[in-house]
Design a protein around this ligand. Structure first.
Ligand code: MN
Length: 244
């Protein structure tokens, strides 16, 4: 029983190299994992399952073929692809799961999340998140024409990129106290997330003892993944050059 974790691919049609690199990772680890968790921001942007996207078609075909061989595939939402719906998940042969996900990893109680909820000091973002995660907002948004959704999506992205530039570094990272609180709440020793694009393995001091926080990196310049078996979990980079 081995698990593969990947986050923040940020796939888009203008970056076929990322899709290629991810598929190469899946090829190179074939037979070494039986469960794949994609921890959000798999797509740079997602405006509804009806949006035409070549890379999304490719990913669905690839995941579906994998699922057909018995590998279980789970999708979590990120802050960019929170509108990925059950229709697309079904095309992938994947199960869409709500964060946080509790599971056993490397013989420990572990928690999976995208990671954006841990950035509690970014109050603007948390307010935005509350708005767009509201089912009523989502229904209204998805009822708009594709052109309207593209325009709104572009506007929101510009705004968020602008405000990210103005924010201090620590605001964009997780809040340490929130990490400790969440790990205590769910009684886990291991937390795996992405989102911050700061890949690392951190020690966390919990009241119950020593904990670990593993942060998956983004796939803009190179890949990152965690491969775990019953005993150990390891964060590894995956150079894009390996995919050429
Ligand atoms: Mn994110």
């Amino acid at each position: 029983m081995a698990q593969l974790f990947v986050s923040d691919l940020h796939l888009e049609d203008t970056r076929p190299d990322i899709t290629r690199a991810f598929f190469h990772l899946l090829d190179s680890l074939q037979g070494q994992f039986d469960t794949l968790y994609l921890l959000g921001d798999i797509f740079e942007v997602w405006l509804g399952d009806d949006t035409p996207s070549h890379c999304a078609d490719q990913l669905a075909d690839r995941l579906r073929a994998m699922a057909d061989t018995g590998i279980r595939v789970f999708l979590l939402h990120g802050n960019r692809d929170f509108l990925v719906g059950s229709h697309y998940a079904a095309r992938c042969g994947a199960q869409l799961v709500e964060e946080p996900v509790l599971l056993r990893v490397a013989g420990q109680n572990a928690l999976l999340m995208h990671g954006d909820v841990l950035c509690t000091q970014d109050t603007d973002y948390q307010a935005f998140r509350n708005m767009v995660r509201d089912p009523t907002w989502q229904q209204a948004f998805l009822a708009k024409s594709l052109d309207e959704r593209i325009a709104i999506g572009r506007h929101l992205r510009d705004k968020s990129q602008q405000s990210a530039k103005e924010k201090a570094d620590y605001i964009m990272d997780v809040t340490q106290a929130e990490v400790v609180a969440v790990m205590a709440q769910y009684q886990v020793n291991l937390l795996i997330h992405g989102h911050t694009h700061r890949p690392a393995t951190h020690s966390v001091q919990l009241n119950s003892g020593a904990g670990t926080r593993m942060v998956l990196g983004d796939w803009y310049q190179q890949g990152w993944y965690i491969l775990a078996d019953d005993h150990a979990a390891e964060l590894k980079p995956f150079p894009f050059t390996a995919a050429i």
